[in-house]
Ligand binder design. Structure first.
Ligand code: PLP
Ligand SMILES: N[C@@H](CCOP(=O)(O)O)C(=O)O
Length: 462
């Protein structure tokens, strides 16, 4: 399998190289040159299989021969043994033909664990094989950070630097990161927002001199391996609801768009998906683009669903690449325009997207109402991100006969603020985190400046 850049000019790489890098050298994101295709028989045969088996079958074509089957299976098994539910990502039924896919049973209680448990093990495997060390730089609006730390901290080959927006993540999210006091883990609170943090990380990939030749590795969903591991749960959920003999629809709380892009990729590989619904909080650029062709930046708002407080959505670039029939030059031109001024998609790519996607946005007041209403009607206490999905799924589904799967992206215990505002006492943390609020913390507050962060990384890496 070869991987090419969405901007069309960077050299093609193999899986190992793509895993161990970040942005492509032309500023684009890597995607497979051609996607593997599932036959109907292959899909049918995955129904009822354990999650790890489905994961191996779905991901094997992406890794090719870069890793032997026995080792790959072991890393997959170890990754999903850390989840607290035997089904790894169980479903519950919310209403007629409406299902909730619970992606939060991993060690840090958000969907990020699904990919980052495996990513950490894959990185360790390849760096060990090469006898190399790597520096991870990641930006988080709250969930990727702890999942990356949890997935990578046991590797002697990795130093991990995670940037979060100072005072803009929940207390539980911050503590899940800052109470990990391992020598190779460094948390940086940026005096800015998530977009600032992500821009610093991307800027560091563009200019890596500050690392004097040490490899810089991405754990955000710019890393293709994140997308690859997330494709699995779409397949797992759909085949257990009757695919390929029956179409399935998905609603996804979205921001940096890695989650939904994984689902879209699954559909491009032959999974019969009728509709994707993009759910956003008040940071609604994805919704505005799809509904009104308004691809313009607005000031980033702090909302009750802080993990989706993102304006510049990395993986939307991958979707645009497909919508523009993989024309990297057009994608580059559009994204350069977007950085400077309000932009719009051309008619044909926008129509292509509207054939498969719908979208909805939910304000903070709406999130509070939906958490309350969903609990009354279903008995499920939703986290504020999942609440945007629950709302969008009900508001925008095209038909009632196709099963709708709403992705539950985080556990409500991470977001006490929203849950309490909705009239609940809060959800208890699991026993392993019962003393989280008493643990010692360590983090550095830095200005949102590339040089200040690079200096900190250069001085502290081991
Ligand atoms: C809990 C939660 N829900 C939804 C999202 C949005 O996912 P994505 O960025 O993949 O669109 C995130 C993070 O981005 C998140 O942490
Ligand atoms: N919501 C994310 C933001 C980063 O997204 P990623 O999927 O690109 O890592 C977070 O919680 O950090």
């Amino acid at each position: 399998m070869r991987y090419i850049s969405t901007r069309g000019t960077a050299p093609a790489l193999d899986f190992e190289e793509v895993l161990l890098t970040g942005l492509a050298s032309d500023g684009g994101l890597y995607v497979p040159e051609t996607l593997p295709q599932f036959s109907a028989d292959e899909l049918s045969d995955m129904a009822g299989r354990p999650y790890s088996e489905v994961a191996f079958r779905v991901m094997k074509p992406f890794v090719g021969d870069s890793i032997d089957d026995a080792t790959f299976r072991r890393l997959i098994d170890e990754s999903y043994a850390t989840f607290k539910h035997d089904a790894v990502v169980p479903s519950v039924q919310l209403g007629p033909n409406h299902y909730l896919l619970e992606l939060f049973h991993g060690p840090t209680l958000a969907f990020k664990d699904v990919a980052l448990q495996l990513l950490g093990r894959l990185l360790n495997h390849f760096l060990e094989k090469r006898g190399e060390k790597g520096v991870i730089m990641g930006a988080t609006s709250g969930d990727t950070g702890s999942a990356a730390i949890e997935g990578c901290r046991h590797s002697d080959h990795l130093d991990i630097f995670i940037l979060h927006p100072h005072q803009r993540v929940s207390e539980v999210q911050r503590r899940q990161m800052t109470t990990v006091l391992s020598d190779n883990v460094f948390n940086i609170a940026i005096e800015g927002n998530f977009d600032d943090a992500q821009a610093i990380v991307k800027g560091s990939f563009a200019d890596q001199d500050f690392l004097n030749g040490t490899r810089l590795i991405a754990v955000n969903s710019i890393n293709w391996a994140r997308i690859m591991a997330q494709i699995v749960y779409y397949v797992y959920a759909a085949v257990n609801l009757g695919a390929p003999h029956r179409e399935v629809s998905f609603t996804v709380p979205s921001a940096n768009f890695g989650n939904l892009y994984a689902g879209f990729t699954a559909s491009q590989m032959g999974l019969p998906v009728k509709q994707f619904v993009i759910a956003t909080n008040a940071n609604d650029i994805l919704h505005r683009t799809l509904a009104d062709n308004d691809f313009s930046k607005k000031a980033l708002l702090a909302t009750l669903a802080p993990s989706m407080d993102i304006v510049v959505s990395s993986n939307f670039e991958r979707l645009l690449f497909d919508a523009y029939n993989r024309d990297g030059a057009q994608v580059r031109a559009l994204l350069e325009r977007f950085q400077q001024e309000p932009a719009a998609l051309a008619d044909a790519p926008l129509s292509r997207l509207r054939e498969r996607f719908d979208s909805a946005t939910l304000s903070d007041e709406g999130i509070i109402d939906v958490i309350r209403d969903a609990f009354e009607r279903t008995g499920e206490l939703l986290d504020p991100h999942t609440a945007t999905g629950f709302y969008a799924a009900e508001a925008k589904r095209w038909d009632q006969t196709t099963p709708m799967v709403t992705l539950a992206t985080a556990h409500p215990a991470k977001f006490e603020d929203a849950v309490v505002k909705a009239g609940f006492e809060g959800a208890p943390l699991p026993p392993s985190m019962a003393d989280l609020l008493e643990r010692d913390e360590r983090y550095e507050v830095l200005p949102a400046e590339l040089e200040a962060v690079q200096r900190f990384v250069a001085e502290h890496r081991r």
